[in-house]
Design a protein around this ligand. Sequence first.
Ligand code: OAD
Length: 222
Amino acid sequence: MFFTGAGMSAESGIPTYRGQGGVWEKYDYRKYATQYAFDEDPDRVWDFHDERRSLVAACSPHEGHRLIARAEATCEQVTVVTQNIDGFHRRVGSRHVVELHGNLWRSRCTSCGTVEEHHQAPRAERRHRCGGWWRPAIVWFGDAIPQAVVDEAVRAIEQCDVLVSIGTSGVIYPAAELPLLAKERGAHLIEINPEETAMSHHYAEHLRGPASEMLAQLVPSA
Ligand code: OAD
């Protein structure tokens, strides 16, 4: 089981959320990543997400993403539970991916509920033909993660023998506490992160370095 956060895609050139140069250092999340902000000014929120889409479109998955996908060749069952919305794990071929916080390329109509996915950056149409606004189908602050997604993540986490957490600060709940379900069931927990995190003390092993290098030590490349 791989449990990934923004640090997983940092080497692809996508900034993390917290820390120096983090997205929430530059932008006040209350103005760009809440339903309240969207209701107040949907164009402002879309401008922000269009910028994120353009940035992600200009970046590519790195060797670390590929090593995780390749782990499927040597491990009986591999699941990726990710907080990332960039879609990189699927893009390199990981087959069982649970996107806890949704996907930047998916939009949902706030009026009729239609969901669509396409990789336009910036998004041409901000309103669905029914007249309702599209909104990014991602989990903003104050949104609940859809129950089916939580259930799928919990099922996989509770069944795993080894959980490798990569590039997450472990401060956003409920995602942050999910790895503890694996620990309670006796799984071995490994943390990959150049820095100590709020959750480090729960982990049996710590690999202090960037995701791609640490994964190369952990996952056989062939
Ligand atoms: P954060 O930005 O909070 O944390 C990123 C973590 O990645 C930090 O602990 C860094 O030390 C680590 N890191 C940086 N570079 C790395 C590298 N090359 N290799 C490995 N680790 C590295 O990101 P998340 O924990 O993912 O939610 O944040 C959780 C949620 O908060 C996100 O999903 C997002 C955000 O608000 C939503 O947008 C709903």
